[in-house]
Design a protein around this ligand. Structure first.
Ligand SMILES: [Zn+2]
Length: 268
């Protein structure tokens, strides 16, 4: 799940990991939306996660713009650097980022600029021996860079970065395009080009209008048929990590696990 479980008494990442384990779940996303953690805490989280057998992921601060003016881009790159360094200490698997806006740029130009900046970061990390990849999130608002096709194109241009498949955002951006199992299959077919062994998926219910995503809601309050996503995953035996980004975090994380189990039962 994304962040510390709501019903976790001590609002710390450490207790969040333990709580996640006790719910029978296997992954947690450490969020830097409200600020970074000290390196000592990152080291501690690695240890706790290792003991609990919980895989860690990281979400960098939300406001990042790799296409803005020089100062904007430099600040954004600094946030990504900091997130990746902490993720490296934590032994996290992927660092999810939002890449930014088109602004006054054409979509093509925005893509070129993002690719250039991400390549620069990737080379820096490579030199430092850091292997945790940047995950570019599919974004729900149409005015923001990050359609599924753009994310895949960016991953092709910058070797070593991966997509963070927020299916609710894809659904919202496509005016509720995910209705059948085949619609989810199309997503996996598209990312298949990247030949990845593991997929990071973000999941929530979502409300949308013609501009795309408006806000996240619990899975049951949204109109995306999550069971069909699970069937698609089970049928193809995809190696996935599903992170709940729902406003009712752990409830929907557990609910997702139930749906996944149900899909497995149905296929028996
Ligand atoms: Zn995000």
């Amino acid at each position: 799940m994304a962040g510390i479980p709501l019903s976790c008494k001590d609002r710390t990442n450490r207790d969040g990991i333990i709580y996640t384990k006790n719910l029978g779940l296997s992954a947690m996303e450490i969020q830097f939306a409200r600020g970074f953690i000290p390196e000592e805490e990152a080291e501690e989280l690695k240890e706790v996660a290792g003991k609990c057998d919980i895989e860690l992921f990281v979400h960098s601060p939300y406001y990042i713009n790799l296409t803005g003016d020089k100062r904007n881009v430099e600040m954004s790159m600094e946030k990504i650097r900091k997130s990746v360094h902490l993720a490296d200490i934590m032994g996290a698997k992927v660092v999810t980022i939002h890449t930014g806006f088109y602004g006054s740029l054409s979509k093509k130009k925005a893509m070129e600029r993002m690719a250039k900046n991400l390549r620069m970061l990737r080379d820096e990390f490579k030199k430092e021996g850091i292997e945790v990849p940047i995950g570019v999130e599919t974004m729900g608002k149409k005015e923001v860079f990050g359609s599924i096709d753009e994310v895949i194109e960016l991953c092709k241009r910058v070797h070593g970065i991966v997509p963070a498949l927020d299916v609710a955002h894809i659904h919202a951006r496509g005016n509720g395009c995910l209705k059948e199992k085949e619609d989810f299959q199309k997503i996996f077919d598209k990312v298949g080009e990247l030949e990845m062994e593991h997929y990071l998926i973000h999941l929530t219910g979502v409300k949308y209008d013609k501009g795309g995503e408006m806000y996240h809601v619990p899975i049951r309050k949204g109109d995306m048929p999550v069971i069909k996503l699970m069937e698609c995953i089970v049928e193809n035996n995809y190696n996935v990590t599903i992170i709940s980004e729902s406003p009712i975090l752990e409830h929907d994380a557990v609910y997702s696990q139930i749906l996944l189990d149900r899909a497995m039962e149905m296929l028996k």
